[in-house]
Design a protein around this ligand. Structure first.
Ligand code: SF4
Length: 394
């Protein structure tokens, strides 16, 4: 019997320091060997126990994210990967990614990771101006990012992604253009560009009114500029914020956007596996104690109704270049595509959507407006299915 495919996500909740804008679950700690080792042991046990639920699956992507996996160190990551290989059916050609920050990378560790099977690395660069990096609370310089990129190449990583941010305090469109040029000189294989969002509960939210931030129009111009510049350099936009050279799309992240199954491990990690969506406790201590004590580490667990999955299909796929297709939609969700087709026709007239090989997808302009477009489509979807819902409730 052919095995189904699943991706594994390992959350590493440690960072050197906390960035001003960050709302991911991570704790700023100096190297604290005891808790880091304890966490590694908890993950090893959790992976062993969970592997029995995945015997019908083949693992084709593994992603170490965080937090800062490179700050945790290469030794625990190599042990975790070896355990995954031992307990799960890990494909020999699996994509195995780690996230890294420039201030915690060194050539010897990268070489060991590469030898252990890691074949993709995503480096947090964010900007090429040191004063901006400092304002964001990033503990590294652009020169360190350049050096880190060189080390990753020297260690044999031939799939390197760089993360950038735009819409930063005091950042002008010209500065953003300069950042892109400086980063393109490195010739990375993949680039992610995220607009700064100020989330409640972060340090930056407490002084957001004092920040000189780009207005919405300027931020939109920066986004469109990045999309067209990267396209002219051979980086195809395959998701709202992600651009890749041929063959370098993130297969693990595509799994999230295309509705594939994944199992997450660690505090705050989410899973969508065997029909259920669940998230673990957002507490390192709670997670470790729960795993060793045999108690539940689940924070939430839901079975997602088909109707909700259909809404997610629209929301997630329209963020990618793969888009949506009428037959696929009707087959997977037993719902009529006609009302959506009408909206897509209007979007095509406004140049926000195109139809390629029978699939509707958004243009770069459309992706800029993806939120209201998706809301309109989901609204049409809800209206179209209401009579069925009333009937089925009888
Ligand atoms: S390095 Fe990443 S995870 Fe850590 S605090 Fe900064 S943004 Fe958050």
């Amino acid at each position: 019997m052919e095995k189904k495919s699943v991706g594994l996500y390992i959350h590493v909740p440690f960072c050197r320091s906390k960035c001003e804008y960050c709302d991911f679950y991570s704790i700023a700690c100096k190297k604290h060997a005891d808790v880091m080792e304890e966490y590694c042991q908890a993950l090893l046990l959790h992976l062993k126990e969970a592997s029995f639920r995945a015997t019908e699956y083949e693992v084709d992507t593994v992603y170490f994210g965080g937090g800062t996996p490179s700050f945790w160190g290469d030794d625990p990551m190599r042990r975790i990967l070896a355990e995954i290989d031992r307990r799960f059916s890990l494909r020999p050609d699996a994509e195995i990614t780690l996230e890294a920050n420039p201030d915690s990378m060194n050539l010897a560790a990268l070489r060991r990771l590469r030898r252990a099977g890691f074949n993709r690395i995503s480096i947090g660069v964010q900007n090429d101006r040191n004063e901006m990096l400092k304002a964001l609370g990033r503990p590294h310089t652009f020169q360190q990012a350049r050096d880190a990129f060189g080390m990753a190449r020297a260690a044999g990583f031939d799939s390197i992604s760089l993360d950038l941010m735009y819409g930063l305090p005091n950042q002008t469109p010209d500065q953003w253009a300069g950042t892109l040029q400086n980063v393109l000189k490195l010739r990375p294989d993949h680039i992610s560009c995220y607009g700064l969002r100020i989330e409640e509960g972060t340090p930056m939210a407490t002084y957001r009114d004092c920040l000189n931030l780009a207005d919405d129009d300027t931020q939109a111009d920066m986004y469109l500029y990045a999309a067209s510049t990267l396209d002219s350099y051979g980086y195809r936009q395959y998701e709202v914020s992600n651009f890749a050279r041929e063959g370098h799309e993130s297969l693990h992240n595509l799994r999230y956007w295309l509705g594939g199954e994944y199992m997450g491990f660690g505090p705050s990690a989410a899973s969508d596996f065997a029909g259920k969506r669940y998230t673990y406790l957002r507490s390192l201590r709670g997670y470790i104690d729960g795993i060793f004590g045999g108690s539940s580490v689940m924070a939430e667990c839901d079975e997602i109704p088909l109707r909700e999955r259909a809404a997610e299909y629209l929301m997630l796929r329209l963020r990618t270049r793969y888009g949506v297709e009428a037959g696929e939609y009707s087959r997977m969700y037993r719902m009529d595509f006609t009302p959506l087709e009408e909206i897509f026709q209007q979007l095509r007239k406004a140049r926000y959507a195109v139809k390629d090989n029978g699939r509707w997808r958004l243009t770069a302009q459309g992706m800029l407006l993806s939120n209201p477009i998706i809301v309109a489509l989901q609204e049409a979807q809800r209206e179209a299915t209401t009579p069925w819902k009333e009937h089925s409730a009888l």
